[in-house]
Design a protein around this ligand. Sequence first.
Ligand code: DHB
Length: 368
Amino acid sequence: TAADDVFKIGLILPMTGQQATTGRQIEAAAKLWMAQNGDTVAGKKVQLIVKDDASVPANTRRLAQELVVNDKVNVLAGMGITPSALAVAPIATQSKTPLVVMAAATSSITEASPFIVRSSFTLPQASVALADWAPKNGIKSVVTLVSDYGPGLDAEKFFAERFLFNGGKVMDKLRVPLMNPDFAPFLQKVRDLKPDAVFVFVPSGAGTAVMKQFAERGMDKAGIKLIGTGDVTDDDLLPEMGDVALGVVTSHHYSADHNSPANKKFVEAFEKANKGLRPNFMAVGGYDGMRIIYEALKKTGGKGGGEALLGAMKGQIFESPRGPVFIDAQTRDIVQNIYLRKVEKKNGQLYNVEFDVIKDVKDPGKTK
Ligand code: DHB
């Protein structure tokens, strides 16, 4: 195949280190998309180049540079954490290469480059629904407990502001380091303050540790509820979390238990291709990100370079395994349903079971 007949996607993910579950989920989802939809689009051979950044932003930046300059990729994608996405944004802008952010979820990311399109979600989008639900369901006081970086600060701000607006009381705001966190001293502080609930944001992969230490400190027995964005009851880890997770209420854009034919098909195919691994919200971000790239390539026929491709990504509307979505052409962020969910057992397995939905939620973090 001549170089012109190849379309290259540079997929940078944390395949090792603390965020490795994000990498394995998104890589598996991207491969599933290609297995289901073929590797020839608009007469071009699609080539997926996967690179491991171990979620170190300096690595993400160097890998993106190499992919653009040496491999001449048509699209950059992945971005397991916010600092990685922000490190690559200037490269996307300078090289006019669309960057499809499949995981990172700080609101401001899409403002860091006009070439960024996001298929994941934002923390403000996920947090507000829970702050509306909580005061109506016996939770009048909370302590917030978040990872101390972009998405955590977004979750803290948007949850707390809305909760206060709804008449709730925020007793304290606690921030835990992103790397190698020890939740125990923070949870002890929560225990001493005795709020009705602790609102938690931790990135995907950290939920098990939070849940374990929550149980060890007897927080549930002390009458303190755990609530949060769905990152804490991530479907990758939830099956192994144990009964301490039962009853935890979260708000998020995706549950493997989402009841639609499109999702049932997706979950079944994903589990079959990955030795029973359950897809989580990262997988859906990767799967839909691939769809956005494929559709843009189909529409442009690969003509017009990065700018044409970017243009064809904006405004896409489709049925995702998470429900109906669209890519807002102004913000390049995804507009989607946010679900309230409760952890329950189904056929002996823990799931985030949806019990309410707020439709077509835009990122509340965009003021413009
Ligand atoms: C980010 C990472 C996560 O694993 C997550 O669940 C949400 C946000 C981030 O770094 O943006």
